[in-house]
Design a binder for this molecule. Structure first.
Ligand code: ATP
Length: 319
């Protein structure tokens, strides 16, 4: 049983054809399929692992295109359902010249938000060795209830639960609600991953010191990760902890780096779950995940940048 089942949103980012412009200045946009949970599923499959995606798309050209992208990338799309009344979510996104990311979401509501607990393909979820999710699916009903039910089904079937909140402030009614709802399912996870920004958001403290990260630690966790961009990441388990540096690369676009990181780490964990109790094995798996994140940061877009295993091993050997 090595399947990673990823739950949540898949959407299309529309990205300006030229760099460093505001959304209003952009002359034209290209389609970039994404959605963190979908990226994670594809990251796993790209490495040769078993992956499935569970979520809802619009029964429209874009929704069918996204389902085909999953299948073409070797992801089991049996957990995808289509909504005949709502559109596939869209997001216009740009990295402006001032370095700020600007988002504009079309979710009013989009199909992913309308997934109900009844529509969940529980047979797919029950096959999971790891069940992975974010927090965007917690924002609105009925998807929130579906998300909570899916976690319960996965846990009862013996899966490890993996949580990468992937904070998108603009999607929440308020920051307070974001913090409360993200933390409302915190204790149920076995594996959690946060970025530096999310660590600060959730703790209210601008520091990546161990004592700050430990505020998010729970005794039932098997692994907690704090990603640090080009600095690699910190990790925490019940018995040991450490920092694993990343690889030196020419950064072009970090979109999807976090998804490549967690997807590849989950791939390693389902292949050898004993890594969660073995410092040497775990650090080896994290090194591999850092290399996957690093490679993804060297290319534009998320899905096209996710590496195959040979590319990862080449970077690791070169270093
Ligand atoms: P995202 O930008 O997708 O939300 P994130 O903030 O969760 O990602 P990052 O910390 O940006 O995650 O990246 C995840 C991992 O990828 C890092 O822990 C690191 O191992 C690797 N990585 C990302 N950017 C770089 C880089 N420029 N050089 C080397 N490694 C990188």
């Amino acid at each position: 049983r090595e399947l990673v089942v990823s739950f949540g949103e898949m959407l299309i980012d529309f990205v300006p054809t030229v760099a460093g412009v505001s959304l209003a200045e952009a002359p034209a946009f290209v389609k970039a399929p994404g959605g963190a949970p979908a990226n994670v599923a594809i990251a796993v499959a790209r490495l040769g692992g078993g992956a499935a995606f569970v979520g809802k798309l619009g029964d429209d050209e874009f929704g069918r295109m996204l389902a085909k992208i999953l299948r073409d990338n070797g992801v089991d799309a049996g957990g995808v359902v289509f909504d005949s009344g709502a559109r596939t979510a869209l997001a216009f996104v740009t990295l402006r010249a001032d370095g700020e990311r600007e988002f504009m979401f079309y979710r009013n509501p989009s199909a992913d938000m309308l997934l109900t607990a009844d529509e969940l393909k529980v047979d797919v979820i029950k096959r999971a060795a790891v069940f992975h999710y974010g927090s965007i699916s917690l924002i609105a009903e009925p998807c929130r209830t579906a998300h909570l039910h899916a976690m319960k089904v996965a846990k009862e079937a013996g899966a490890l639960l993996s949580y990468d909140p992937n904070l998108r402030e603009a999607l929440w009614p308020s920051l307070e609600e974001a913090r409360t709802k993200i933390l409302s399912i915190w204790d149920q996870a076995d594996i959690v991953k946060v970025s530096e920004v999310e660590l600060e958001f959730l703790t209210g403290i601008n520091s990546v010191e161990d004592d700050v990260a430990m505020k998010l630690w729970r005794p039932t966790f098997k692994l907690m990760l704090v990603t640090l961009g080009d600095q690699g990441c910190k990790y925490y388990t019940k018995d040991f902890r450490g920092t694993v540096p990343s690889y030196k690369v020419q950064q072009v676009d970090t979109t999807g780096a976090g998804d490549a990181f967690i997807g590849s780490l989950l791939r390693k964990i389902v292949q050898d779950p004993s890594a969660l109790q073995d410092k040497t094995k775990l650090e080896g798996a994290i090194k591999f995940a850092n290399a996957c994140g690093a490679i993804t940061a060297t290319k534009k877009g998320a899905i096209p940048s996710l590496p195959k295993e040979d590319e990862v091993l080449r970077l690791m050997e070169k270093a």
